[in-house]
Design a protein around this ligand. Structure first.
Ligand SMILES: [Zn+2]
Ligand SMILES: [Zn+2]
Ligand SMILES: [Zn+2]
Ligand SMILES: [Zn+2]
Length: 278
């Protein structure tokens, strides 16, 4: 008897056609349940701890402080803890907040915010570090924007050498696109405002891609001259994280203007940028 059972290959469904309607039914009821969590004011989801008004209407915690009465029945604002809706929230699959940008994920409430941080459909801000550009768009639209709007140069190599005239006084920002492994990386060298007579330079690479994609790569920056070498290796930042925090935390190649002079030839600093797969 045992042999007969094991003769059926693992994973083979006895009757797949019966499973489809059942699945559809589950999805429909999930969507029905989900609609109960919609805030009537902002259409975002009301999440636990859920408060209801005396007639049972819900408002999200963002809208609640801005209201003086229930937007549906105009009675006093919700102050009754709705334990049942809290429980239902744990069995409903929520949509990602970037659903309107084509994300089709359905997630338990506890996984929603982690997913949204990594979601490839979240809008990107213009990653050009040297201009204050207010552009926002999808990941696919970033490269066309950088090339057409900012005329950034693209180099098609895993290893490039970037030349910068770091002798120019005041602040400076350099950026170049490096295309390899079917993706686009952006090397940035920044010379911000001097603080305490101490001019520092920051060099970093970001990926025009998601955090998950960035985890698959390492970048290496190397200054190499006059028998000296200074290197930095790290995971590229995703465009979704940006580079501002990394630069503030000095989580990048940092060196001062005096060090730059040690490596510069005729005022030009050569930085070798190498992208590799992890
Ligand atoms: Zn709301
Ligand atoms: Zn009400
Ligand atoms: Zn998503
Ligand atoms: Zn821009």
């Amino acid at each position: 008897m045992g042999q007969t059972a094991s003769a059926i290959p693992a994973g083979t469904s006895q009757c797949p056609s019966q499973q489809v309607p059942a699945l559809r039914e589950t999805m429909a009821s999930n969507n029905d349940l989900l609609s109960l969590f919609e805030c009537p004011v902002c259409l975002d989801y009301v999440i636990p701890p859920i408060l209801q008004c005396q007639s049972g209407h819900l408002v999200c915690s963002n809208c609640c402080p801005r209201l003086t009465c229930c937007p549906i029945c105009l009675g006093p604002l919700g102050s009754i803890h709705c334990l049942m809706m809290d429980k239902v929230a744990d069995s409903v699959l929520f949509t990602c907040k970037y659903e309107c940008s084509d994300c089709t994920e359905r997630l338990p409430r506890a996984e929603k915010s982690d997913h949204e941080k990594l979601c490839e459909f979240q809008p990107c801000s213009c990653p050009h570090p040297g201009v204050s550009c207010k552009w926002q768009g999808s990941l696919d639209a970033v490269m066309p924007h950088l090339v057409h709007q900012h005329k950034l140069i693209t180099l098609q190599e895993e290893e490039i050498v970037f030349n910068a005239n770091v002798n120019i006084p005041g602040t400076g920002t350099w950026a170049v696109i490096q295309s390899c492994f079917g993706l686009h990386f952006m090397f940035v060298l920044k010379k911000p405002e001097e603080c305490n007579c101490h001019q520092q330079l920051f060099a970093i690479v970001q990926l025009i891609g998601t955090r998950n994609q960035a985890e698959n790569f390492a970048y290496r920056l190397a200054l190499n001259s006059h028998h000296r070498r200074l290197t930095w290796e790290a995971t590229p930042r995703s465009i979704h994280e940006g580079i501002t925090t990394a630069i503030r935390n000095k989580d990048c190649l940092v060196f001062d203007a005096i060090t730059a002079q040690l490596f510069a030839k005729n005022g030009r600093l050569r930085i070798k940028v190498t992208i590799a797969k992890r």
